[in-house]
Design a protein around this ligand. Sequence first.
Ligand SMILES: Nc1ncnc2c1ncn2[C@@H]1O[C@H](COP(=O)(O)OP(=O)(O)OP(=O)(O)O)[C@@H](O)[C@H]1O
Ligand SMILES: [Mg+2]
Length: 249
Amino acid sequence: MAALLRTENISKAFLFQGRLMPILEEACFAIEKGEFVSILGASGCGKSTFLELLCGISKPDKGHIIYQNQEITGKSGILGYMPQDDLLFPWLTVQENAMLPIKVKNGSVSQAMDRSRELARILGLEKHLHHYPWQLSGGLKQRTAFLRTCMMGSEVLLLDEPFANLDALTRILLQDWLAEISKQLHLTIVLVTHDIDEAIKLSDRMYLMTIAPGRFETIIEKKQFSDKAERRQVKQDILDHLIRGIKEV
Ligand SMILES: Nc1ncnc2c1ncn2[C@@H]1O[C@H](COP(=O)(O)OP(=O)(O)OP(=O)(O)O)[C@@H](O)[C@H]1O
Ligand SMILES: [Mg+2]
């Protein structure tokens, strides 16, 4: 099957103390329609930078980003993006927060209100539409941030460590919720996570990144971790890979 979204050798460097530091180098990535793909890599290897390039917040120095066979390099507003520190506006209700992408895009407000209510029902937020973020638990805040991301209207969602700040139980419940929701809404998901168990549980494929400069070095397919023993082995291999990467820097 042809990739729905792919990158061709994208590179990015940042100026640090007067020197240009390569952060991503020739990163090649692909995801098919309906797939759930996770990206794992040590802190600072460029995972968030990669998602920011995909969603057009910044532009690669080299390379191309192709979505539905069209070049989208540097274009924003096409893919749904939930940043690492997705902050809800405390003075806006759940529904008002969810409507922000529509306000930015100048879309039809009445249609979007209907859509936000429909999505809130599916996401289990129906009772909270008129609550403010400070009235919500951590899990409900993350669902609200997810609702806002869905309201961008893209079938592809880029999620940057969406469950990192949650307690263990809420995290497990939201992982199950995300697996269910992504199927129900026919979403294509790129998930950045540090949680190896989370990646193994949710992913069809996992990409492992090298550190500084980041490249996608290893791809692990679901068929490689279909039973318990294989999952244990894959988890150990990923840990070894990540630790080796850190030691080599
Ligand atoms: N706008 C920027 N200007 C300069 N340097 C940046 C910028 N954005 C990121 N960096 C640097 O690029 C490197 C990669 O950052 P990035 O946030 O992509 O890492 P990450 O893999 O997401 O890390 P973490 O797992 O801790 O979230 C870091 O060294 C960071 O300091
Ligand atoms: Mg990050």
